[in-house]
Design a protein around this ligand. Sequence first.
Ligand SMILES: *Cc1c(COP(=O)(O)O)cnc(C)c1O
Length: 432
Amino acid sequence: MNHTASQQLFQRAQKSIPGGVNSPVRAFKAVGGTPVFMKSAKGPYLFDEDGNQYIDFINSWGPMILGHACDMVQDAIKEVLPDSFSYGAPTEREIEMAELIIRMVPSIEKVRMVNSGTEATMSAIRVARGYTGRDKIIKFEGCYHGHGDSFLIAAGSGAVTLGVPDSPGVTKGTANDTITVPYNNLDAVKQAVAVNENQVAALILEPVVGNMGLVPPADGFLAGLRELCTSAGIVLIFDEVMTGFRLARGGAQELYGITPDMTTLGKIIGGGLPVGAYGGKKEIMDSVAPAGPVYQAGTLSGNPIAMAAGLSMLKFLQGHDEVYAYLNNISDKLVHGMRDNLRSVGMEYTINHVGSMFSLFFTRKPVTDFESAKKSNLELFSKYFNGMLQRGIYLAPSQFETLFISTAITDDLADQYLEANLATLKDLRQYL
Ligand SMILES: *Cc1c(COP(=O)(O)O)cnc(C)c1O
């Protein structure tokens, strides 16, 4: 596979863009080589600047749950384009969007639209702080909640991939207000809450973690957090930027039957356009300006084009529960096939899987938190990634990311993936 055009573009990009990319996870730093520059995509396929074709298993890190450039979302965008691209004034579509989100995610009684997942999480903790009058937040090691200052402490995703889980530029004061604990460790959370009695405003987590690779919550973990937060007066925030509208129509909270106080959303909610949202109990959300004193604003928030794209996506998901059954089935097939492949080549590695998200970790031990995820053999992952890429399979370029399956993955494409997986694993045996 030839990547000359991508290599040339990457050379050029590095002169005008830090590291040549507008988001660090796009760099191939952890896996070697240069990022692939994309030209177009349709359904399950990505096409790069060299004319190579790939089957996509990232789907823009989640949003493209129906595959790329889906006709329905395209039509929705085309329909509203002639009406102007932004008003800086309210529109009916924003109410429709809010009402639909509230119907799909019942723990949300009121919701505010923003422009990214980062904005959603930053705003949610500000609101939780304003509402409780407390300063500290608890987050989990290896969870990623966007690039807000408070969250870049033991952060996952690109932050850990690039070796900066605690970013320079975050002040000591901010860092001191963020308490980090290991995921799936309820006792550690209880202890942190006890030590910081009446000081913790919010506990934020990915109810299913995607940003240290996929890590599901242990039995009783989410229920334990719910109970603890209720008794300590802490706002429980589920960051469902990744899992919202993906693991079920109502996200991980529907799947696991746990009701958070606040929820942050992103990715799928914009149908591929830049949208985020945060919402929750009426009482908490009524502290947001102009209803209440906690300030949060956005010139382009509720943008008409983005709302049209997101609404068409959410309406479809709301009306088609079979999407989730399909995604679960095709993902089961992929995961079972990978397990068979691993067995047949005599390799024992860990696969974590929930719904249409899964990760293959190059470690034999179970992966239940950040520490165990970090035990993975990153060199082997890098060889695996490049082997798959050469075979036309586009994976996340880091061990510390999940894959996202779209409905465009047919049975045949799943077979193609599994063939590439088997061939790549066979090649890897020489490095064991
Ligand atoms: C992607 C992500 C974010 C950040 O969203 P952006 O739109 O990239 O700012 C926050 N939380 C989680 C769980 C995410 O996966």
